[in-house]
Design a protein around this ligand. Structure first.
Ligand code: GLU
Length: 309
């Protein structure tokens, strides 16, 4: 298929943003993190970066939002860079088929989470990179990684969101303690969960997130933060595990590796073609952005982008 030009793509983004602006069923923002429950659900943004450096956008693409679980992609990249394949002794690589915050499979698998993108898996990854360091060091490293990837220093942590989650983190603390009981936690759970809640509270706009995802799209002009072999593997995990118990559905409908967060964002990668970010705060029953997933499906259909040919 011929590469689509910015002039071909901009009308597609405009059409998607227009359709999403008038959607009536927008899903429900997450309320279990009270700060996220206060966000206006009428917002929708989309941005994509192309290999030539162009950034296209429509709707509320410049509005910062809480990236939440999309941060798990970046902490995984940092952990693999630091620990290499030894990370896989602490966390699996299989889709869970379960909700993002399910504790069930931890009991079945002796404290080893199914994959790095469900909460317990991401908590294990954060725990691994925290080992021997202070939370502020890990958070500074994450911000450095994101700012380098996006080539934008204006990326920060929203402390109100972090503290709001921390005040209601009983379930994540329970999972960390359960892993500790199985010898799969290296730091006190309070330190690991405090770091985890702050990493999830990074704020980025769709434009910043799409720019930060360029290293996953394998663009020659993107910062070489991760080797091509590792990028392929992170993309494989995003495709199979990036949307919790709706990962198969997203792969079927969109056909691209993607990672969602309960802030309503989704990062998706069309390898060699585009890094794409969408955001709309209302979630569907599986905790993924309702309009975000619909927008990705529309975009994949209109462009023909798919990892399946
Ligand atoms: N910080 C959120 C939590 O642990 C992340 C969940 C998500 O974005 O899916 O509940």
């Amino acid at each position: 298929m011929e590469a689509l030009s910015p002039a071909d793509l901009q009308p597609i983004l405009d059409e998607i943003a227009h359709a999403m602006a008038s959607a009536t069923d927008r899903g429900e923002p997450a309320t279990y993190i009270p700060e996220l429950g206060c966000i206006n659900p009428d917002q929708f943004g989309i941005a994509l970066c192309l290999p030539g450096g162009q950034v296209l956008q429509a709707g509320d693409a410049a509005t910062p939002f809480s990236i939440q679980s999309i941060s798990k992609v970046f902490t995984l990249a940092i952990a693999l860079g630091r620990l290499g394949d030894s990370l896989w002794s602490r966390v699996g690589r299989e889709p869970s088929g379960l909700a993002f915050n399910s504790i069930v499979s931890l009991e079945q698998n002796n404290g080893i989470p199914r994959n790095p993108f469900v909460n317990p898996g991401a908590i294990a990854v954060t725990d691994a990179i925290l080992h021997g360091l202070q939370p502020r060091d890990v958070l500074a490293e994450l911000l450095r990684f994101l700012r380098t990837a996006a080539e934008d220093n204006d990326i920060h942590i929203d402390k109100d969101v972090a503290l709001s989650e921390l005040a209601h983190a009983h379930r994540n603390i329970a999972m960390a303690e359960f892993m500790a009981a199985h010898g799969n936690l290296q730091n006190p759970s309070a330190l690991t969960i405090g770091t985890y809640c702050h990493q999830c509270a990074v704020e980025m706009s769709c434009v910043q997130l799409a720019r930060a995802g360029r290293f996953l799209a394998g663009f020659p002009d993107a910062a070489r933060l991760v080797s091509p072999a590792r990028v392929r593997r992170i993309n494989a995990l995003m495709l199979t595990c990036g949307h919790y118990d709706a990962s198969g559905d997203f792969a079927y409908r969109v056909g691209l590796p993607g990672k969602s967060g309960v802030g309503g964002g989704i990062l998706a990668i069309a390898p060699g073609r585009a890094s794409i970010a969408v955001w709309s705060p209302g979630l569907n029953a599986q905790g993924n952005s309702k309009l975000g997933a619909e927008a990705m499906e529309h975009l994949a259909h209109a462009t023909g982008w798919s990892v399946f040919g």
